[in-house]
Design a protein around this ligand. Sequence first.
Ligand code: ZN
Length: 170
Amino acid sequence: MPTEPLLRATRIVLHCSDTEDGPSNSWPAIRRYHMQVNGWSDIGYNYGLELIAETYVLQPGRPPWVNGAHCRAAGRNSDSLGLCVVGKFDVNPPPPRLVTLTASVLAFLCFAHGIKPEMVSGHREWEKAKTCPGAQWDLDRLRKSVDQRLHRMASAGVTTLHLVADGISL
Ligand SMILES: [Zn+2]
């Protein structure tokens, strides 16, 4: 069996599930859909962010060294991590708490994988027919917010990260 080359991500592509984020854990259903309906080897994303019973949880997707199946355009599956926020954001904007947490998770991923904040993008920036991660996400503001977090971490001499402080359970 041919083995896929290892992913060395230099980018992150943000997505949304385009489904309502209820109180239960919907990540397994997304994984099942990708595997059983799409016929993929695993869920398409490398990470997820989902509200489960009042707590935002960072969900594991494909290992970060395995190419994703989340943005075929421009070869992004082979140079980016895919982060999927569970929710629908075309009409209603993401809640402020979620915007803050998403910026924290992206900063965490940038830090952990040595990715520059300007290399964070939204799916729609690669596939013009899509609104993903939702028309209401302000991606320039998000990048700025990730950049500010990384600067704060650098000036504080941060070498390890504790996302729990931002309300995310890992
Ligand atoms: Zn997407």
